[in-house]
Ligand binder design. Structure first.
Ligand SMILES: Cc1cc2nc3c(=O)[nH]c(=O)nc-3n(C[C@H](O)[C@H](O)[C@H](O)COP(=O)(O)OP(=O)(O)OC[C@H]3O[C@@H](n4cnc5c(N)ncnc54)[C@H](O)[C@@H]3O)c2cc1C
Ligand code: SF4
Length: 330
């Protein structure tokens, strides 16, 4: 392993300054993804800026009914937090569907959002990969791509984003809070991760040196019925083949609030805007759910070996929507 400097930051300011002072630095959260990639030689940071001691490990109730989650809050603590379990259950369910108990005890909110794709070619230095080495090619397109994207992929990359938590955050209209050389800003969770396009080496809209400081769950989705479901090869300790997070509320017999996001189908959590548009104002019937989900998944462009993901995602989405608003009529 290449040698690297190590700096433990005591404040957000110290962390961003240390990052700027060491070109090629990486922030270190729980290390459950970054250290693995360093062992494989995929990541070769000049310095690790350890951010685990930053005072960003609290979950704070906001006066307006929202929730601010510090970037260092561990995945297991977040999943178990009473406010998350009661008012944004899809987030708790998504976290518990990810990784293993030991990993969730170490993994942080910020690190989970910035974990890299699990594409095996990305992790193998002997294989071409445009995400790891821009311009080198994509080994997966003609190779093993059973787990890869069916929506929004490009000729340059067909990888999926692996985080379960990010899918729930996208459906729940969360925002990602950042601090960097240009100051503080926030981005919608839906829009934080990118589609690959011509630059698959860029996973997110984060700017160089920016630190994730927290996640904001808005009052607007607090207490609404929400659910997360994930299909995977094993009952635990496996990444999603397809997943769905949804929040759905009905009033006066029609859908008056809806958010749906798919996981493991694209390079980012896939917010199902077409399906949402079709459902808003409609009666929550089986036919309406089917029409909405089919409208969204019509954009799918499956590859040789992953067409199964489309009907799988369809069934998951219909199950979730039916559970959130049991249809009164067929
Ligand atoms: C065997 C295994 C199975 C897994 N299964 C799942 C699964 O089913 N679902 C799932 O969602 N995940 C799964 N994971 C992934 C796991 O959830 C992630 O490794 C973890 O969430 C990453 O968090 P971390 O704090 O350890 O991040 P790190 O490994 O510390 O960091 C990851 C990346 O984020 C950057 N970073 C960290 N914190 C910040 C910050 N605050 N601001 C800016 N940059 C930052 C780092 O520089 C690095 O690039 C699995 C992992 C393993 C090893
Ligand atoms: S799918 Fe993306 S991450 Fe995987 S080999 Fe192709 S370019 Fe690399």
């Amino acid at each position: 392993m290449k040698s690297f400097a190590y700096v433990r930051a005591g404040s957000v300011q110290e962390a961003t300054e240390a990052y700027a002072a060491h070109p090629g630095a990486r922030y270190l959260g729980g290390g459950t993804n970054l250290v693995d990639l360093m062992k494989l030689g995929v990541e070769r940071p000049a310095a690790l800026v350890d951010v685990t001691r930053l005072p960003l490990d609290e979950v704070e109730e906001l006066p307006d009914g929202g929730l601010r989650i510090g970037a260092m809050v561990r995945n297991s603590d977040l999943a178990a937090h009473p406010a998350v379990r009661d008012r944004w259950p899809a987030l708790s369910q998504a976290l518990l569907a990810g990784a293993s108990g030991q990993l969730r005890n170490a993994a942080t909110t910020g690190g989970n959002l910035l974990q890299r794709t699990r594409c095996p070619y990305f992790q193998d230095l002997t294989k071409p990969c445009n995400k790891r080495v821009p311009g080198s090619g994509c080994g997966a397109r003609e190779g093993v791509h059973r787990d890869h994207a069916v929506l929004g992929h490009s000729a340059h990359c067909i990888a999926t984003h692996p985080s379960d938590m990010a899918v729930a955050l996208a459906a729940l209209d969360a925002r990602i809070e950042l601090y960097g050389p240009e100051g503080a800003r926030s981005l919608p969770a839906d829009g934080f991760h990118r589609l690959p396009g011509d630059h698959p080496e860029r996973d997110t809209e984060i700017r160089p040196g920016e630190l994730i400081t927290g996640v904001l769950l808005p009052a607007a989705t607090a207490g609404l019925p929400s659910l997360y479901r994930k299909a995977r090869d094993r009952a635990s300790y496996a990444f999603a083949l397809a997943s769905v997070a949804a929040v759905l509320h009905t009033g006066d017999g029609v859908v008056d609030r809806v958010g749906i996001a798919f996981g493991a189908l694209a390079h980012r959590p896939w917010r199902a805007r077409k399906a949402e548009e079709a459902l808003l104002g409609a009666a929550p019937t089986t036919a309406a759910f089917e029409h909405a989900v089919d409208l969204e998944l019509a954009a799918a462009e499956p590859l040789r070996d992953n067409a199964y993901k489309v009907p799988l995602a369809r069934r998951l989405a219909l199950d979730v929507l039916n559970r959130l608003a049991p249809p009164a009529t067929p």
